[in-house]
Design a protein around this ligand. Structure first.
Ligand code: HEM
Length: 479
């Protein structure tokens, strides 16, 4: 007989709402935000307990919530990691890039990434790239403020992060209205749907034309950036012969090209870094602003705090002159607390699916045969009262501060927003720096008002967490 998921030799509790034959299949077909709500309801009912889920056509699986189990899973990649279930669905989009790669192929990309995110590149970002990106954003906001027009802050933030990532990684101007960006957004949405729709091969066979076109566009953009980088390298090498100076090969593309001779891998990897960094970060800003507009006291407290500390800070062309040191959490505890509180309630990667690579016993005693699906819903974990206290459902930045007002982080296993263990997010520092730079500059200068005023915005289907319908706002300057 096939060995089953069990604990102490008995079947484990099934997640609620399972139907005969269909299991939880019906739940998984619902819009993704409804699925999050369902995970929250399961979590409320069963606390940190590991529950069984079953979806027809997929191996059986569990939902884990307990930080002890999560620590075990995140630290033991050889036991639980992205399996065929995830890789086959996202291959078209991520290929051999870092997000899905394993073994040596992963290690080499991880090393390139670690080098790229080292101090000097982040310093250049804070001192050169962010001010330029902010000035572009500011002129757009001023124009809308003057003309009394509404503006979609979600697309403003996406422009901002596209610009920053384009310059940091590829030394190019990347606009969010670029056909590549549009194709990439569409493909992410469609690939995200594959995780919920077991019949996706059929659906795409019938209606997948647009997806294939989008994937072709993404692939050809990948080829273009590699060709561009190769040209740039030859130019820089030639110039260094003339000047007799060491060539400056320090972009992400350089680091990848030094490690891989296969251009397809370089392209996949480059696009993976872009996709890991651009949308997640932009979405985190969108939800942070939304949370602040919904919580005027938190907004006022943060604005007052920024004014008190940065009133006499030097600025240039109306942009604060900031260094990495200014943006350390110890110097801006309330700002960090506010950003983390928004990341808690609106985690840009809200959901993870992995698979056991061999038979595994979780710390809580749950036995999982090889190939079992292991799911954790960050959106629901972050709302668990067992982890964040009785008021876990509300937005309260001060939960991240100790009695002296110092910012206190949580372990990755209690707060898996940036993943944990060997595959933890490489761009966490970069995201924090962008967020603090943006909030410090924007909040004292602009007042935003949510146009539709609704208090419950929903996430759109995607691999990440775009806000459905964007975040249309009124904007005015504050003197
Ligand atoms: C608020 C913003 C961000 C959040 C919430 C976030 C979250 C995450 C999460 C959850 C993972 C694990 C994904 C998985 O393996 O399934 C991850 C991985 C990764 N992130 Fe981020 N990320 C953010 C920003 C960034 C930025 C700005 C970059 C810069 C390019 C970046 C680069 C990466 C890379 C390269 C990985 C893959 C690491 C590996 O597999 O070794 N992220 N991130």
């Amino acid at each position: 007989t096939r060995r089953r998921i069990s604990r102490n030799g008995r079947p484990i509790k099934s997640a609620p709402d399972s139907l005969p034959l269909l299991g939880h299949g019906f739940k998984f077909l619902r819009p993704r935000h409804d699925l999050f709500d369902w995970f929250v309801a399961c979590q409320r009912q069963y606390g940190l307990e590991t529950l069984e889920i079953s979806v027809p056509t997929l191996p059986s699986g569990v939902v884990i919530t307990d930080p002890v189990n999560l620590e075990f899973v995140l630290k033991n990649e050889h036991l639980v990691s992205k399996g065929d279930f995830v890789k086959s669905r996202s291959w078209d989009l991520f290929g051999n890039g870092i997000i899905n790669a394993s073994g040596d192929l992963w290690k080499a990309q991880r090393k390139a990434g670690l080098k790229f995110f080292s101090g000097s590149n982040l310093e250049a970002m804070v001192e050169d790239v962010l001010p330029e990106a902010y000035l572009r954003m500011k002129s757009q906001l001023l124009k809308h403020a003057e003309e009394g027009m509404t503006i979609d802050m979600q697309s403003v933030f996406l422009d901002f992060t596209s610009f920053v990532m384009g310059h940091m990684a590829y030394d190019m101007n990347l606009d969010s209205s670029h056909p590549f960006s549009k194709a990439f957004d569409y493909a992410s949405d469609q690939v995200g749907r594959r995780f919920q729709n077991p019949l996706y091969p059929l659906t795409e066979f019938l209606f997948g034309f647009k997806l294939h076109r989008a994937l072709t566009e993404v692939e050809s953009f990948g080829k273009k950036i590699v060709a561009r980088a190769a040209q740039r390298r030859s130019r820089v090498a030639f110039e260094s012969l003339i000047t007799n100076e060491e060539p400056a090969f320090d972009t992400l593309m350089d680091l990848l090209m030094e490690r891989f001779s296969d251009r397809t891998i370089v392209a996949d990897s480059a696009l993976n870094f872009l996709s890991a960094g651009k949308d997640t970060t932009a979405q985190s800003f969108t939800w942070t602003f939304y949370a602040l507009m919904q919580n005027p006291e938190a907004l006022k407290a943060l604005r007052d705090d920024i004014r008190a500390h940065f009133l006499n800070h030097k600025s240039e062309h109306g942009v604060l002159k900031l260094s990495i040191a200014d943006l350390q959490p110890a110097n801006i505890p309330l700002l960090m607390a506010t950003y983390y509180e928004a990341l808690r309630l609106y985690p840009p990667i809200p959901f993870e699916i992995q698979q056991t690579q061999q038979d595994v016993r979780l710390p809580d005693g749950t036995f999982l045969p090889k190939d079992s699906v292991v799911v954790w819903c960050i959106w629901a974990i972050n709302r668990a009262k067992e982890i964040h206290g009785g008021d876990a459902a509300i937005f309260r930045p001060s939960r991240w501060l100790d009695e002296e007002g110092k910012f206190v982080n949580r372990t990755a296993f209690e707060f898996p927003v940036f993943n944990g263990g060997p595959r933890s997010c490489l761009g966490r520092k970069m995201a924090e720096l962008m967020a603090s730079f943006l909030l410090l500059n924007l909040l004292p200068s602009f007042e935003f008002g949510q146009v539709d005023g609704t208090s419950s915005r929903r996430a759109q289907n995607s691999l990440t967490l775009p806000m459905a319908g964007g975040l249309p706002c009124t904007v005015r300057t504050i003197s």
